[in-house]
Write a protein that binds this ligand. Structure first.
Ligand code: ARG
Length: 471
């Protein structure tokens, strides 16, 4: 960033509050104060909120109908200018609110000055930001739903695909890949419900709170509330201009979601390693190496994993900004936006990347099946069999099964490769039927408890997930 020469007097800028001041702000003052480089992103929300405000002022005869119309038409023109990239944003005009007001003055003259009647940038920015977050939530909700859909489609194709289930990243028990994928569908479902919850709570209208105390003008707060699709006006003007809980909530939900994205990404990275070789990402979602010709790197997954760092950072940042901040508005609050925007952008691209990776991934079913047989993954099935068939208490059967595993390990073979005599050498009542429960296929088939890993149950939960999440 190039800093302006602070030794030079800033003679050009004229501020909106110029009346009380003898000299103009220094270049450094302007630079530290300015938020236009990032809050221009609020232009849509700023203009629709200003239109609603102008309409209300005219309806309440605080300004004339003609003035209201003039203001609204001017604002609409500015909207088009910004959309077309023809608007000249100026740092010395500090933020989006003053940039728009100043341009309005250029277009319609002094009437522009009436728009700011009965409002302040304090209620204005809070309104804009609520509208922006509300929209961001609906975009993320839509993308998360799409990700859930792709996971469910993949799960549907893999209800009987067997893989090792892990605890401590050690082979634990055989599971179905569809079942594993549905775990992520649950996580993103919770994220979506948190987003909707946040959306409900933030959807109240600060307009009319003015700087902090409310206003003496006979405004109609219900009218702007209705116009902007808020559920009600805020009920305390001091809180309305100082509250950024909705930013904290949005960022904490984003952080949680990014953790889920990161966990999924980590598994993708592991699964496409040479050691695992469970999946292959498509060419569209793999990258090469500049030196090693053979490489196929899962960069998208790595970045989706890594970007959680900055999202969590933004959450920490807004928490610290608000900690100990006295009521009501302080300029510290301007620090709410960059982390918010960056987190949304980061999360959005991560979700999109996951959708892309999941959509055309190739599943190496043979490799998954083979891996599921290693690590004595049916030792628990063996212990369960001893309980069911031989009426041995579970603690005891656990020990017997453990000793059989030790024996298999000593003979360097899998459980089902041990001869019956070896089983009998540890527990003489064991019979041939035991071999039925030692296969990974029968192991997964047997897990029919609600929410369990059997193909039948997974199919049921897929139907359930479609009803819960994709309607
Ligand atoms: N750019 C400011 C912000 O983002 C707008 C509110 C300014 N209010 C004030 N009293 N200076 O918070």
């Amino acid at each position: 960033m190039v800093h302006k020469d602070i030794t030079k007097e800033n003679k050009q800028s004229s501020t909106i509050w110029g009346g009380r001041f003898n000299s103009k702000p220094s270049a450094i003052m302007e630079e530290i104060n300015s938020s236009i480089s990032f809050d221009k992103r609020l232009f849509h929300e700023d203009i629709i909120a200003s239109i609603a405000h102008a309409q209300m002022l005219a309806k309440q005869n605080i300004i004339s109908k003609g003035e209201g119309l003039k203001i609204i038409n001017g604002l609409k023109r500015i909207y088009k200018e910004i959309e077309k990239g023809k608007f000249n944003f100026k740092t010395e005009l500090e933020d989006i609110h003053m940039n728009i007001e100043s341009r309005l003055k250029e277009i319609i003259g002094d009437t522009a000055g009436k728009l700011h009647t009965a409002r302040s940038r304090n209620d204005q920015v809070s309104t804009d930001l609520r509208l922006w977050v509300r929209n961001a939530i609906s975009i993320l909700d839509k993308e998360l739903k799409e990700l859930q859909k792709r996971l469910i489609v993949l799960a549907e194709r893999n209800t009987s695909t067997i893989m090792p289930g892990y605890t401590h990243l050690q082979n634990a028990q055989p599971i179905t890949f569809g079942h594993h994928l549905l775990a992520y569908v649950e996580m993103f479902g919770r994220d979506r419900s948190r987003l909707i919850d946040c959306s409900k709570r933030l959807n109240i209208n600060p307009l009319g709170s003015a700087a902090l105390a409310g206003t003496a003008f006979p405004i109609d707060r219900q009218s702007t509330t209705k116009e902007l699709n808020f559920t009600s006006p805020t009920t305390n003007s001091i809180d309305a201009v100082s509250d950024r809980d909705f930013v904290i909530e949005f960022l904490s939900i984003s952080a949680i979601t990014s953790i889920h994205i990161s966990r999924l990404s980590e598994e993708i990275v592991i699964w496409c390693s040479d050691q695992f070789n469970f999946i292959k990402l498509s060419d569209k979602f793999s990258t090469g190496s500049s030196i090693m010709p053979q490489k196929r790197n899962p960069d998208a997954a790595e970045l989706a994993r890594g970007k959680s760092g900055r999202i969590i950072g933004s959450l920490m940042s807004i928490l610290v900004v608000l900690k100990g901040l006295p009521l009501s508005y302080s300029k510290d609050l301007q620090e709410d936006k960059e982390g918010l925007f960056d987190s949304f952008d980061s999360l959005y691209i991560c979700i999109k990347a996951c959708i892309g990776m999941i959509s055309d991934v190739t599943i190496n079913k043979e490799k998954m099946l083979e891996a599921s047989k290693h690590g004595y993954t049916t030792a628990t099935d063996l212990a369960d069999w001893l309980v069911k068939e031989l009426k041995i208490p579970f603690r005891k059967s656990h020990e017997i099964s453990g000793r059989i595993v030790k024996l298999a390990e000593k003979n360097n073979c899998l459980l089902h490769e041990l001869p019956l005599d070896s089983f009998k050498s540890i527990e003489k009542k064991i019979n041939n039927n035991v071999f039925k429960v030692l296969s990974v296929e029968n192991s997964v088939k047997s897990k029919i408890s609600y929410g369990g890993t059997s193909p039948k149950e997974v199919l049921k939960q897929i139907k359930n997930a479609k009803r819960r999440f994709l309607k």
